[in-house]
Every structure is written in structure tokens, then in C-alpha cells.
Design a binder for this molecule. Structure first.
Ligand code: NDP
Length: 331
């Protein structure tokens, strides 16, 4: 099995030298084990946080160990009851081509006609669940709300906008980092208005896009975007704080929003969350999302890098914004 391991903790942006590729000889299957050929690997922003030796909601990666993370593969050998060769399985064993582990670490998923297996890492998986629970449970979205989404063209963001629209938002506004992405937001993803945050101050662009203010902010980005949302909020506004990708490779602590007094005066609620604490909503999510997908009510993009040896490139490109929708690596 060829595997990618973290060997040093990146300072700022990760580099090639923080990783190594190793070849591991797999022993014969022990009873209860599966051998799985990976088909798609997930690269996700949270992985950058795990590369630091810092307290977080998931333990740091250990140096010299293979990078774990979401992946989908096919069983090529089984010594476990209930798993057959050819089954498609979802797991968390990460950046490697072949996985051999106890069957308890794998979940069989169905192959759906017309849906690529990579969807289990995105639109049918973790990132879309994040969008669903973040909007509906954390931000407590209500019909008629005006919703602002940052990182709107990414895996989570493309889903937030569409779910808000399907659930009866009054107006959905998104921001992203290129003209192409901004065009996609209004043309494909049902946003009423969108802007490129690189074109000018976010506060000004948001005020122009949301003349009547916003009720809900889904924050994938932090920093200037959060401050802009706090300026644009109507009384009783609610934010789901999902991620701080604008600061993910910072080596210095970023300055906080300078308008926190609005939280008091407008009675705002800003709630951070991690999707792992909302997995009880997975059945409701997969029911609704499955139907939306089947009816064509939800559409999705994926950006696909090819080859295990391009996994790190894909991860870095994700943080630079080279992806539209979910970034995955195809093996
Ligand atoms: P995305 O698919 O959205 O990819 C990351 C995107 O971030 C890039 O495409 C880029 O798009 C954008 N970006 C990069 N730098 C900046 C910047 N300085 N300012 C604004 N945007 C930037 O990733 P995900 O959908 O997987 O994740 C989105 C967010 O949600 C992340 O913050 C992630 O950490 C968080 N997350 C949180 C979870 C939770 O449980 N709380 C679970 C899953 C994700 P652009 O071209 O627009 O700049």
C-alpha cells in the first residue's frame, strides 16, 4: 500500500517537505478484516487544523502516521461477515491507495445510478450534511429569511445556498473568489446576488447586495466576511460559524471583528458548530438530499485531481480556491 504521511508540522502554508510517501507491505487478511482499493480521497480544510499540535475538536495528526480522512473504495478481499468483494465502502483511513483494517471501520454504501461514488464525500456526505445542519439547526433558518453565505462556491457553500432556496429563503446572497464562481452562483446555484470578495471591501459589497439587511449568515471564511455580516445583520440575526478558511494558514492571530457591539445592540446570535455533533440529523439529511438530487432540485460540482501523488496538490489548491464544489482526488 502506498501511503502519505505527515512528517513535520507546517508553519503557515504546508509544503512537500512536511510529507513523505511510504510503501507498506500488507500482511494476509486477519479474521474480521477487509482490504479496500480506494477510489476517491477527500481533502478538506479541517485537515490543516489537524496538522497543528493544538487543542481542537479532532486530535492532531501524529507525525510519522498516515494522513487519515474521508475516502471511498471498493472491497477487494474480505474476511468479515456482511462484506463482499465488490462492495463500495466509506471510511476514514485517508491518504493511501490500499487499506487493510478491521471491518468495523467501513460502512457499505449503495451505488446510485447517475451519481458518482465521490458524491459520498460531498453532496451525499460530510460537507453537505454540514450545510444542512448549519443552516437549519445551528442558524435556525426560517422561511422568509435573507441569507448570506461566504465561501459560497465551495463544497459546503454550494449546498447552503440551494438548501436555503428550497426551504423558502426570501433572498440568498453569496460571495466567492473569482468572476467565474460568482457567475455560477447566480446562474446555477440559485443565488439572487453574488459578489467577488476580491473586488472590494466585503462590507460595502454586502451592503449593496443586501439592501434590506440579512437575517442569517453562514460563515465559511471568518475575518472580514464575519465583520461585514455583523454590519449587515437585521435585529435578531443568526450566524452559523462553520469555518475560518481565510485564517487557516496564518501564523499570527488575526484581528477580531471590530463591530462586536452590534451583537449586543441587535440581539444577534453567533453559534459555532462542528458537524460531528450533529450526526443524529444524518437520516433526515440523506432522505431530503436524496430526493432533491433525484428530482434535480440540487445540483453539484466536483473538482477532481487524479492520482495519489497529487493529493497534496489538491489539498493546497483547495485552500487557494482552485475548486468549485467538492475537491476530491481520484485514484
Ligand atoms: P471549500 O470547498 O469551500 O473550499 C475552500 C474554499 O475556501 C476555496 O475554494 C476558496 O474559495 C475559499 N477560500 C480560500 N481562502 C479564502 C479567503 N482568504 N477568503 C475567503 N475564501 C477563501 O471547502 P469546504 O466546503 O470543505 O469547507 C468550507 C468551510 O467550512 C471551511 O472553512 C471548512 O473549514 C468549514 N467546514 C466546517 C465543518 C464543521 O463541522 N464546522 C465541516 C466542513 C467544513 P474562493 O475561490 O471563493 O476563495
Amino acid at each position: 500500500s502506498t501511503q502519505i504521511q505527515l512528517v513535520s508540522r507546517p508553519v503557515g502554508w504546508p509544503t512537500e517537505s512536511d510529507f513523505r510517501t511510504v510503501s507498506v507491505e500488507l500482511p494476509e487478511l486477519a479474521p474480521g478484516q477487509l482490504r479496500v482499493q480506494n477510489l476517491f480521497l477527500s481533502v478538506d480544510p479541517y485537515m490543516r487544523g489537524r496538522m497543528n499540535d493544538a487543542r481542537s475538536y479532532v486530535a492532531p495528526y501524529q507525525l510519522g502516521e498516515t494522513m487519515t480522512g474521508g475516502a471511498i473504495g471498493r472491497v477487494v478481499e474480505s474476511a468479515a461477515e456482511g462484506f463482499s468483494v465488490g462492495d463500495v465502502v466509506l471510511h476514514q483511513f485517508g491518504w493511501r491507495d490500499l487499506v487493510q483494517e478491521d471491518a468495523s471501520g467501513f460502512r457499505v454504501v449503495p451505488e446510485l445510478p447517475g451519481v458518482p461514488l465521490s458524491a459520498y464525500l460531498g453532496v451525499l456526505g460530510m460537507t453537505a450534511l454540514t450545510a444542512y445542519v448549519g443552516l437549519l439547526e445551528v442558524a435556525k433558518f426560517r422561511e422568509g429569511d435573507t441569507v448570506f453565505v461566504s465561501g459560497a462556491a465551495g463544497a459546503v457553500g454550494t449546498m447552503v445556498g440551494q438548501i436555503a432556496r428550497l426551504k423558502g429563503a426570501k433572498r440568498v446572497i453569496g460571495s466567492a473568489g473569482s468572476a467565474e464562481k460568482v457567475a455560477l452562483l447566480t446562474e446555477k446555484y440559485g443565488y439572487d446576488a453574488a459578489f467577488n470578495y476580491k473586488d472590494g471591501p466585503v462590507t460595502e459589497q454586502l451592503a449593496a447586495a443586501a439592501p434590506d439587511g440579512i437575517d442569517v449568515y453562514f460563515d465559511n471564511v471568518g475575518g472580514e466576511h464575519l465583520e461585514a455580516a455583523i454590519d449587515a445583520f437585521n435585529d435578531g440575526g443568526r450566524a452559523a460559524l462553520c469555518g475560518v478558511i481565510s485564517q487557516i494558514n496564518d501564523t499570527e492571530r488575526a484581528e477580531g471583528p471590530r463591530n462586536l457591539s452590534n451583537i449586543v445592540t441587535r440581539g444577534l446570535t453567533l453559534t459555532g458548530f462542528t458537524v460531528g455533533n450533529y450526526t443524529q440529523h444524518f437520516p433526515a439529511f440523506s432522505g431530503e438530499m436524496g430526493a432533491w438530487l433525484q428530482n434535480g432540485d440540487v445540483v453539484f460540482d466536483e473538482t477532481v485531481y487524479e492520482g495519489l501523488d497529487h493529493t497534496l496538490d489538491a489539498f493546497l489548491a483547495l485552500m487557494r480556491g482552485a475548486n468549485t464544489g467538492k475537491m476530491v482526488v481520484k485514484l
